[in-house]
Design a protein around this ligand. Structure first.
Ligand code: GLN
Ligand code: ZN
Length: 756
């Protein structure tokens, strides 16, 4: 008989109880014991749900008060020395690692593979001496065992843990044996606690690994030839069959594979599976919110049911951490669209239905299958999903639709003569502080306390305020400040056809921070102009140019739950056309400079290099398509941040924006070396100050950065701007910092004018 389980369950709670508990604890409003009680209640609830659905295990060890990778650093005693903490003995110690304290900055955070979840990067040094601190882990195990079900703990595997850590000045793998030894003794303890199975996650198999790292698996897992539970080694996010030989020779007892990203790996895996191994089939999408096509899943699995027998496990593709918790509280979501969706709790049901169907035959779940089948059919055929005119428009696209009328050098000449901007023009990235006042207006409008007209008047006041401030500061190219935008994707999604929004579809991004990605369910188009009135109003207030401000197609795609019934690139092209329409309307309304933000361009890169070229091709195409409707005289800007660009510079250049602004101040302009070496051909605005902190950098600091930039990029192609938008900052610090920036520009402009 096949059995079912999950690799992990969301931690935040149906209505983000974890977030609110954390934030009140941090404020000092919640006692440590009360915070622990919230965690305990959440865990108990998550296990109860897994039990009640009929899963064969409950998963333990997936909960965390901040991040599970941080928890592993704590579990194995890898506390960065700089904190001066021999062990973590209080909540305060723990959170000081994640969030910093008066004397130490927080540990670094980075994206978990290609998801929008961020993990804390363990910091290792030569002297790191691992030692187990398993109290919390074992307490949770006890809690779950008391709740009375078969318990399967999960650990991040030792090789992935090391790989995801950072180590300065030595090879992390030097620590491998010491770490694996500690894992081995924890495994022994689990065995004594009568744990039958341990899930050991080795997600780095999704990446391109060299021999050194592949061999590390043999070395680490050699430690596990002792007394221990059975080990289920999990992989996810990619096809891992190329590492089959490496994996099947490890002393483990089963493997989990992602059949959503890579269904084609099922047959090769079954055929190569060692005789006593289980195969956990990741058949339900752990990364997206669509209802499973149960017939399709059964068709994929059925041929192997007899071969595998009880060695077949049914699971989501990866941890459910990446999807919202439940559809239960979605009262406003359109009921038809809702019937097409499955959040974590609904996915638990799907797993159990699939398992029953495989074990007892489809008749045993005939009703459930019928409901599912009807929903899938309705979605496939719905005219809310399919807009013929959009499909035709995409199909009819020609190569010339992607090209501006003239090449950059010609456009530049035209723009110089019309825009007449000074040397080293100053600008900002788009948003100005989202003040308490702005948020109050938005809340009042959402709750119906004020009407549209009143709301718009209030927003216009904010825009006017931002324009006047920028004029006073002496900035060259202004922005309207984005007061009316809560979120740069949501704002556009709400105005585009094909988008839906949930009320509680939150997903953890990091710590207590959650995001609620919109859902692209259908063909996307723009029923009417989205930003033209606002842009026109802002421009009417001033003689300076005001940039039109749009979110680019790749970012719109990347930060949404995307439909799974057509390739991502098709959806990206539809988004591109919608934005293209907006660009055209903006320029017709007299907006001469338009910025199309693409902060998520880099994060869309596939995990495996072999897939990069394909992604970059369609992503660049989508951006160009959205921009190419601009006349030569319309200056197109783009903005990217938090990114490592060096390996994708040719693609960034191929986007052919007239101006790109990027984040560079935190790396002291190191990033720019790449742009210099590659000889990036268009104009560029390297950020001269970090907007992530309230600190006001001095004019001298900024000047030093600009001077560095001038060494790499010809001065006549340089812009001066902050790293990113200013929405999280206050006005006081913003004014001061921008004043320094403008002063520096003026000073250097006079000095460098001659050379230009
Ligand atoms: N225009 C947006 C802003 O200024 C860009 C935000 C971003 O890059 N993430 O807020
Ligand atoms: Zn940015």
């Amino acid at each position: 008989m096949a059995i079912s389980h999950v690799l992990g369950y969301p931690r935040i709670g149906e209505k983000r109880a974890l977030k609110f508990a954390l934030e009140s604890y941090w404020k000092g409003d919640l006692a440590p014991a009360a915070l622990q009680a919230v965690g305990q209640a959440l865990r108990a609830d998550h296990w109860k749900k897994q039990q009640a659905s009929g899963l064969d295990f409950v998963t333990v060890g997936d909960f965390s008060f901040y991040d599970h990778v941080l928890d592993h650093a704590v579990l194995f005693g890898a506390i960065p020395k700089r904190f001066g903490l021999p062990a973590i003995s209080s909540e305060q110690d723990y959170f000081s690692l994640a969030r910093g304290n008066a004397s130490q900055p927080a540990m670094e955070m980075t994206k978990w593979f290609d998801t929008n979840y961020h993990y804390i990067v363990p910091e290792l040094d030569k002297e790191t001496a691992f030692s187990i601190n398993a109290h919390d882990f074992l307490t949770q195990l006890d809690e779950a065992q008391k709740q009375g079900s078969a318990v399967k703990p999960v650990l991040l595997g030792p090789v992935s843990f090391l790989y995801l850590s950072k180590a300065k000045g030595f090879n992390r793998l030097d620590l491998l044996d010491a770490l694996a030894g500690q894992y081995a003794s924890l495994l022994q303890e689990l065995h004594y606690r009568k744990i039958e199975w341990l899930q050991i996650d080795e997600p780095i198999f999704a990446l391109d690994l060299d021999d050194e790292w592949l061999n590390a698996f043999d070395r680490a897992y050699a430690w596990f030839r002792t007394v221990r539970p059975k080990l289920l080694l999990t992989t996810y996010f990619a096809n891992v069959s190329r590492y089959q030989a490496n994996i099947t020779r490890l002393p483990v007892d089963g493997v989990h594979i992602d059949l959503v990203r890579a269904p084609e790996q099922l047959a090769p895996w079954v055929n190569a599976l060692p005789g006593h191994w289980v195969l956990s089939a990741g058949i339900v999408d752990g990364r997206n919110i669509w209802r499973n096509d149960l017939d399709k899943s059964l068709a994929l699995l059925e041929p192997w049911v007899k071969v595998l027998g009880e060695r077949l496990w049914i699971a989501p593709s990866c941890s459910l951490l990446h999807v919202p918790v439940t559809l239960l509280h979605e009262e406003k979501l359109d009921s038809e669209i809702k019937s097409w969706l499955a959040f974590a709790d609904e996915k638990l049901q799907e797993l159990v239905i699939l398992t029953k169907a495989l074990n007892l035959g489809v008749d045993a779940v005939a009703d459930e299958l019928a409901v599912s089948r009807a929903a899938i059919a309705a979605r496939n055929n719905s005219d809310r999903v399919h807009a013929e005119s959009v499909k035709k428009r995409v199909a009819a696209l020609a190569a010339q639709n992607e090209e501006r009328p003239a090449v950059f050098t010609k456009r530049r000449a035209v723009q110089q003569s019309t825009l007449k901007l000074p040397l080293l023009p100053t600008t900002t990235i788009g948003s100005f502080p989202q003040t308490v006042e702005i948020r109050a207006s938005r809340a009042a409008f959402k709750q119906g306390a004020i009407g549209t007209a009143e709301y718009e008047t209030q927003m216009q006041k904010q825009i006017e305020y931002a324009i006047r401030e920028q004029e006073k500061l002496g900035l060259d190219v202004l922005v309207h400040g984005e007061a009316e935008r809560n979120d740069m994707v949501e704002y556009f999604g709400e105005q585009l056809a094909g988008y839906a929004f949930s009320q509680n579809g939150w997903v953890q991004s990091y710590g207590s921070r959650c995001v609620k990605p919109p859902v692209i369910f259908g063909d996307v188009y723009r029923p009417q102009p989205m930003t033209v009135d606002t842009a026109r109003y802002a421009q009417s207030l001033t003689k300076n140019y005001v940039k039109g401000m749009l979110t680019g197609p790749v970012t719109m795609l990347q930060w949404s739950f995307v439909r799974d019934d057509q390739p991502r690139e098709t959806t990206a092209l539809q988004l591109a056309l919608a934005i293209r329409d907006e660009v055209d309307d903006l320029q017709k309304a007299g907006i001469a400079i338009i910025q199309i933000d693409e902060p998520a361009f880099r994060e869309g890169l596939p995990l495996q290099k072999a897939a990069w070229a394909h992604y970059l091709k369609w992503a660049v195409r989508a951006f160009k398509l959205s921009a190419a409707v601009a006349e030569n005289s319309t200056q197109i800007h783009t903005h990217m941040c938090y990114s490592e660009f060096n390996d994708i510079l040719p693609a960034i250049a191929a986007m052919d924006a007239d101006v790109i602004t990027i984040e560079t101040s935190r790396s002291h302009m190191e990033l720019l070396d790449g742009f210099g070496e590659f000889a990036y051909p268009n104009e560029i605005g390297p950020g001269v100050y970090d907007i992530h902190s309230p600190r006001v950098p001095s004019a001298d600091e900024m000047e030093a950065l600009v001077r560095r930039a001038v060494e790499v990029i010809p001065v006549e192609r340089l812009w001066i701007n902050p790293d990113c938008g200013l929405k999280t900052r206050g006005w006081d610090e913003t004014r001061q910092a921008l004043q320094h920036m403008v002063d520096v520009a003026k000073k250097l402009r006079d000095e460098l004018q001659v050379t230009a």
